[in-house]
Design a protein around this ligand. Structure first.
Ligand code: GAL
Length: 685
């Protein structure tokens, strides 16, 4: 099964994603279209308590629990001695309360007997220190022995629950994160390099190891580090880590899939902007994307919306919020709660951006254990805490409007590129310590989202044909095949925007022998003459207005008479004075624009507004007050708007036509809506 799977699986490192992907809704025919859930840990409680918990959940319209992801020591208390009777009963009791189940494989928390008897399964950090029992994620993701145990426990679970009608899907492990530097992982990295490069000479050439006498005589000599090394090694390590998490997933998928109904999805829960591995590589073997939406104490709705869009882009279809906070967490320096009303606001934002399930972590705190202070829905006494009522309101609302949203998904004419290779390459050598690639993506995302009201965040290798505008904020690594993919998009009439630092490196993280943007210099009819890290802001002006650049400025030049300068630098360090900062050129029916500077928010907003207009992208609603988010989901012949007032004051929104207010029980038709502080409206067009 495993080899068949891997043969079918797509290798994101070398290919453009297949064309079959298009934005779509996911659906579970036997389940409500919108699910509201909680992480429930029955193994932490006496069974006599379960019915009370499930009754309270049912009363809050919770119809989903995630169970099992840390329960290995309860499922397999001793090697090869299994105990699933409790889980059978927990799932059956949940079903009685009309609550369906996502089963977590428990591999993020191996039992003590396992790691005591087989210490080679424990993770080793970069400095050679082996982990120990007592926390979680203490396993080595590369350990053959650990994978065998993981396979066995996943298989045992699948044999038992793969046809259970109340189990809707599987979560593999929990929040893949730290790689291991144990001897087995190192040997696998060396073998991986050998497979990739064939000969050591080939590797030496691509990594330019003549530099500092790094030349290797064989693969075993290569150090295994994630910092301070040759950029070629660092990028390959990240690719190896991505492939290893992918095969870690395949190992468990090969245990579950043969025993599980097709309707049961297999996913894992991810962490927003986390860049420990390439999410597109790992998601190539998963059925749906699911992520854990934590904002800590500060709900920045733009950043959070971008992270939803990122998760949607992992499979280019609707996704799940597998965990979110019931007001507060326990892992910030100050764990302030978000305001009353914002928990509901966040739930609706998730739905607006394409979530089909929102699950709270967690139902109730274990009486002991590391997370006693985390937000919950019930207290230590087992009765509701204040946020329970807000979640209950969300549950009532999901029930009301679920049917109207069934089969719908967000659609966007604008794509923002999220490229892990480029993010890693920049982070390895920021050159300006404040140049954070995610902050740069958000700098572009913010005006695009505000102005177009819909943005997809996708891999640079995804199909681009449906987009009118594609923005790659810092496409530092630009291999030839990706450049060809982008150029084909432009020639078909697409509008491509490259941000600062684009087109500098090839897929080995080596410098292109052309100036930036490397393989796209000819198409752009211009190039980067020199890049400058900035410690002071530099004036920028031109036909779009005036403003500043900070952090980064590239001195551009035009080589072609039809390449047009949109913005130039004012007097600054002499090198940049009066030099082009933003240039653009029509290519075929499309265009390429190169933005060489990190522009201030107001000037960037003017630029994106002009790019959107030129690309023919219109917002869903005009004249929406600041802080009111417009989300549209369409499909199955329906079009539904979710309006969210993230402001602390009321807001009024005029609608272009009469729409049905789905949250209003009498389904009143409205031509405008008044949204209170943190208010939400769901309207059918
Ligand atoms: C998540 C994790 C959960 C819980 C939660 C607390 O990262 O998956 O198990 O620890 O954080 O916020």
């Amino acid at each position: 099964m495993k080899s068949m799977l891997s043969a079918l699986l797509f290798s994101a490192a070398t290919a453009i994603l297949p064309i079959t992907l298009s934005a779509q809704a996911t659906s579970y025919p036997d389940k409500p279209p919108l699910l509201l859930g909680a992480a429930w840990y029955p193994e932490q409680w006496p069974e006599s308590r379960w019915d009370a918990d499930l009754s309270l959940m049912e009363a809050a319209h919770i119809n989903l629990v995630r169970v099992g992801e840390f329960a290995w020591s309860t499922m397999e208390p001793a090697e090869n001695q299994y105990n699933f009777a409790w889980l059978d009963r927990a799932i059956a009791l949940a079903a009685k309360h009309h609550i369906c189940v996502v089963l977590g494989t428990p591999t993020a928390a191996p039992p003590a007997w396992l790691t005591a008897k087989y210490p080679d399964t424990l993770r080793v950090d970069e400095n050679g220190v082996r982990d120990e029992h007592g926390n979680r994620q203490q396993f080595s993701f590369a350990s053959t022995r650990y994978r065998q145990f993981a396979h066995d426990i996943a298989e045992k679970m699948a044999e038992r629950y793969g046809h259970n009608p109340n189990v809707v899907g599987w979560q593999l492990d929990n929040e893949y994160a730290a790689p291991s530097f144990d001897p087995e992982a190192k040997a696998q990295f060396h073998a991986w390099l050998k497979k990739k490069y064939g000969t050591i000479e080939n590797l030496n050439q691509h990594w330019t190891t003549a530099y500092w006498s790094q030349t290797y005589d064989n693969f075993d000599e290569i150090p295994v580090r994630q910092e301070g090394e040759n950029p070629g090694l660092l990028l390959d390590w990240k690719h190896f880590v991505s492939d290893t998490w992918k095969s870690y997933s395949e190992n468990q998928i090969s245990a579950i899939r043969p025993h599980a109904d097709k309707r049961q999805f297999i996913t894992t829960n991810t962490m927003g902007w986390f860049d420990g591995f390439d999410e597109y590589v790992v998601h190539s073997v998963l059925d749906i994307a699911a992520w854990d939406d934590y904002v800590g104490s500060q709900y920045d709705y733009i950043d959070n919306g971008a992270r939803h869009d990122l998760a949607r882009g992992f499979k280019n279809k609707n996704f799940w919020v597998m965990e979110t906070q019931p007001a507060f967490v326990n892992w910030r320096p100050v764990n302030a709660a978000i305001d009353r009303g914002q928990v509901r606001d966040m739930a609706w934002q998730a739905i607006g951006h394409g979530a089909e399930a929102v699950e709270y972590w967690q139902w109730r705190s274990a009486l002991n254990g590391q997370e006693q202070y985390h937000g919950t829905l019930v207290g230590a006494d087992g009765t509701p805490v204040p946020v329970y009522d807000e979640v209950k309101q969300v549950g009532e609302e999901f029930e009301k409007v679920g049917q109207a949203l069934a089969g719908t998904a967000p659609q966007s004419a604008v794509a923002l590129i999220n490229d892990y290779d480029s993010r890693w390459a920049i982070n390895f050598q920021r050159h300006n310590r404040n140049f954070d690639p995610v902050a740069e993506m958000l700098a572009f995302y913010t005006p695009l989202r505000n102005q177009a009201q819909a943005v997809d965040v996708i891999s640079v290798r995804a199909p681009l044909d449906k987009y009118k505008l594609v923005v790659a904020p810092g496409l530092n690594v630009l291999p030839q095949d990706v450049a060809a993919h982008l150029l084909a998009y432009v020639k078909q009439g697409g509008n491509l925007v490259l941000g600062p630092r684009s087109g500098m490196k090839d897929e080995y993280n080596a410098l292109h022998i052309e100036r930036q943007p490397g393989p796209l210099v000819d198409a752009l009819g211009g190039r980067v003459e020199q890049f400058y890290a900035l410690d002071n802001a530099v004036p920028v002006n031109g036909e779009l207005g005036s403003g500043t650049a900070s952090l980064w400025a590239e001195q551009l030049s035009t080589k072609s008479p039809d390449t047009h300068v949109l913005l130039s630098y004012g007097p600054s360090n002499g090198w940049l004075d009066n030099q082009p900062a933003v240039i653009t050129r029509k290519v075929g029916k499309g265009s390429i624009t190169y933005v060489g500077a990190w522009l201030d928010a107001a000037l960037l907003a003017k630029l994106t507004s002009s790019l959107l207009e030129q690309s023919g992208v219109r917002p869903v609603l005009q004249n929406v007050p600041e802080g009111v988010e417009v989300c549209q989901r369409t499909g199955a012949g329906k079009s539904v708007l979710v309006l969210i007032n993230h402001n602390q004051t009321a807001a009024h929104v005029d609608l272009p036509q009469a729409m049905t207010d789905l949250l209003d029980s009498s389904h009143v038709r409205r031509t405008s809506v008044d949204l209170p502080k943190y208010g939400v409206a769901v309207l059918e067009m």
